[in-house]
Design a binder for this molecule. Structure first.
Ligand code: SIN
Ligand code: CO
Length: 380
């Protein structure tokens, strides 16, 4: 991606300018970010998707009885007629199911893949919406069909309406209002309050959603992964090499149940030693950030017979790299030299041409074949 070239997608800013001026800082309204935008998924197809077990969906309605929320799978016949007012259907992760939607999401790869989450499609009947709220993540809201009126505000008072199934701001104070037509897009940084209401029926909005791990759960996940890797390494290590606690200076004790402070210090050091390996946290992070969502599964593929003329990653595959590793769908591999350069190219471009493959080592080819067999990649 040409990160320094002005682009319509960002209202004539380059990706670099957008990241400097707006990213995580302030909203940006972009008229005709995607000129000629039409729905990539028809209304009926979206409704069908909402009924699938492996698709995350929500149905929200606002009526006389207040707000109601139902989680999917949502049977087609349980959805009201599009002519009925004030309901909305949200379908998460559509990029995993539709190639066109996946390709649209690729336009946002000026943000690191590790930060990109998914593309959610919302369908709303006249007056439908999810109410005034804020999100913990950045979002690009691309209008695709019909119109939506967005009211937005910085909002200091983040208190929520009590007792509702949805997070609705109790005292929303909108500062700007924009009506978005198909092709228009609104970028909002995290915690910026917003309320999008469909103007007329058949309103479809695509939310390009970001993700940002929260420190405490990320720490817990990484510690569990490090512990698992450590346990595996121990199984291979000879027990003669084990360093046991020694206490030649231990005096006799009157309170035998008291934990020796030296043993606590020894334990502390044992834990820190496991974390001191500079690769341990990096590896756990790479595996964690490429872990497929629980609803994702891959169809077993065919091992390419004979020459591979190219290879491309499956749209569900998450692949990242750092200076020493490749991470793919929750697994890590050490890589260096020419193979590492090749695999990083695959991760960045999501495909390799025949001429790229010509330089691959036997090991790299074998790995690519494994990934094709697992359905993580496809040979051409
Ligand atoms: C929607 O598109 O209706 C909801 C998206 C959002 O407010 O984040
Ligand atoms: Co929102």
């Amino acid at each position: 991606m040409e990160i320094d070239r002005p682009t319509a997608l960002l209202g004539g800013l380059s990706a670099s300018q957008f990241m400097r001026r707006h990213w995580q800082k302030k909203p940006l309204l972009i008229r005709q970010a995607v000129p000629g935008m039409v729905p990539l998924i028809a209304r009926e197809e979206l409704f069908t998707l909402a009924g699938c077990d492996e698709v995350e969906s929500r149905f929200i309605r606002h009526g006389k009885a207040g707000w109601s929320l139902r989680h999917g799978p949502l049977a087609r016949k349980s959805l009201p007629s599009p002519k009925q007012a004030a309901w909305t259907l949200l379908v998460q992760g559509v990029d995993l199911h539709d190639q066109g939607v996946h390709e649209l999401l690729q336009q946002f790869r000026f943000v690191p893949d590790a930060r990109l989450d998914d593309l959610m499609i919302s369908y709303a009947s006249d007056g439908g919406g999810v109410g005034p709220h804020f999100d913990s993540y950045d979002v690009f809201l691309l209008q695709v069909h019909g119109q939506r009126r967005w009211s937005i505000g910085k909002q200091r008072d983040l208190r929520l309406e009590p007792g509702l199934p949805l997070k609705i701001l109790a005292h929303f104070e909108p500062e700007q209002t924009y009506v978005l037509d198909p092709g228009d897009m609104l970028y909002l940084p995290p915690r910026y309050a917003h309320d999008g209401v469909a103007v007329g029926g058949d309103c479809m909005t695509y939310s390009i959603g970001l993700r940002a791990p929260a420190a405490a759960p990320l720490g817990a996940d990484l510690l569990a992964r490090i512990a698992e890797a450590q346990a595996e390494a121990l199984q291979d290590a000879p027990s003669a090499a084990a360093v046991h606690y020694r206490d030649p200076a231990q005096p006799a004790v009157a309170g035998p149940a008291e934990m020796p402070a030296a043993l606590q210090a020894f334990a502390n050091e044992a834990v820190l030693a496991a974390l001191r390996d500079p690769d341990a946290v990096a590896r756990a992070l790479g595996e964690s950030m490429t872990e497929p969502k629980p609803t994702v599964w891959f169809e077993q593929g065919d091992v390419p017979a004979g020459e591979m003329h190219g290879v491309s990653l499956d749209r569900r595959t998450r692949m990242l790299y750092d200076a020493r590793h490749l991470y793919i769908n929750g697994e890590s591999f050490r890589a260096s030299g020419r193979d590492a350069r090749l695999m990083r190219r695959l991760a960045d471009r999501r495909s390799l041409a025949a001429r790229d493959l010509a330089t691959a080592s036997e090991d790299a080819r074998a790995l690519l074949e494994d990934w094709c067999e697992a359905g993580w990649a496809h040979a051409e």
